[in-house]
Design a protein around this ligand. Structure first.
Ligand code: TF8
Length: 333
């Protein structure tokens, strides 16, 4: 750097902190997601886009693409890795092929409630897992809530383990989910979310599992008669930036994305929880038959599902497994 430039930048630093804000260029950010625009995911992407605009003086523009128009979660991840797309939000479960540690969040019955999930995901362990993305070419900004997952199918009411026998169940593309539902006796079929509605409609698969919000916003009630309240696992979403894009950004531009992401997270969790609170009643209204499992069946299901825990500990490393357990102990007191 020339002396003149050095002196000048020193002066600017002294003159005003606002000059720093000038280190924002005009940027176009293509932000893809898998659910419909009219969903908790879509609303939170809109919130993020609005915040980015506000914080950057409208220099940074987020163009949102919903309903997997830029591809499935896996395809978008590849586009981010290659630098062909700037941002996305999707399931942590589909990242396990890139960062094995992400499988920790797929542990059945890991969290008892949303507060536990927030504390662990936003705490040191959640940060540590998120940070693993960077060396793989992705930057994780924040975790959003997808939510507690529940089972739907078109075949029969599921009120016992035996009822799961032979049900062709779509699962996320991830070994923990595959193994979990095989352990329950279902015929588990890994499939991208973007293909799911059609697969349910054509009866290529009989069932699926997702939070109430998604069953509603994706209109699964049109093609699924039975819902069983299982809450078998809490799913996070994660907001991702292409590392190739991130590396081009100034500190100020990165701060804009980080602050907007934090605001979107708080908005998204509130919105998702509000919706989840009434969504089940709405699904009944739409004609779904809702079944609860009695305590004995819940115990049996929990026992079967936690058979996969050892495999998860192996995949993510015993240390991380223990760290999460220790964190939960602390929270539970
Ligand atoms: C699933 C997830 C979905 C996400 C979303 C499309 O079942 O629960 O919510 O992948 O980003 O695939």
């Amino acid at each position: 750097m020339k002396l003149k430039t050095l002196v000048l930048s020193g002066l600017i630093g002294l003159v005003s902190a606002n000059a720093m804000a000038a280190d924002i260029q005009s940027r176009m950010i293509r932000f893809g997601y898998g659910l419909n625009e009219d969903s908790n995911q879509g609303r939170a992407v809109q919130k993020f886009a609005a915040e980015v605009g506000k914080l950057s003086g409208d220099k940074m523009k987020v163009r949102a693409f919903g309903a997997a128009t830029l591809g499935s979660d896996l395809q978008m991840q590849q586009a981010l890795l290659g630098g062909a797309q700037e941002m996305m939000v999707g399931s942590t479960a589909t990242l396990v092929g890139i960062v094995p540690e992400m499988a920790i969040w797929d542990t059945p019955f890991l969290f008892n409630n949303a507060e536990e999930a927030d504390a662990v995901l936003d705490g040191p362990v959640g940060e540590q897992v998120k940070a693993k993305l960077e060396e793989k070419g992705l930057v994780g900004l924040v975790y959003w809530e997808n939510g507690f997952r529940n089972l739907t199918n078109s075949q029969r009411p599921v009120t016992s383990l035996e009822d799961m026998d032979g049900i062709r169940l779509r699962v996320m593309q991830n070994n923990v989910f595959l193994d979990s539902f095989k352990a329950l006796g279902a015929n588990a079929v890994p499939m991208a979310f973007s293909e799911l509605f059609t697969a349910l409609e054509t009866r290529t698969v009989d069932g699926q599992e997702n939070p109430y919000n998604t069953i509603l916003s994706s209109k699964f009630y049109e093609v699924q008669k039975y819902l069983t309240v299982t809450n078998h696992v809490y799913s996070p979403w994660i907001v991702l930036v292409s590392k190739k894009f991130w590396d081009k950004l100034s500190d100020d531009e990165r701060r804009v994305l980080e602050q907007a992401a934090a605001a979107s997270r708080d908005f998204e969790r509130r919105d998702t929880r509000e919706e989840a609170a009434w969504a089940l009643a709405e699904l009944k209204e739409k004609g779904m038959e809702v079944n609860e499992l009695d305590a004995a069946q819940v115990d049996r299901m929990r026992e079967r599902l936690t058979e996969v825990n050892q495999g998860i500990a192996k995949e993510v490393g015993q240390q991380l497994w223990d760290d999460v357990q220790a964190e939960l102990q602390k929270i539970r007191g």
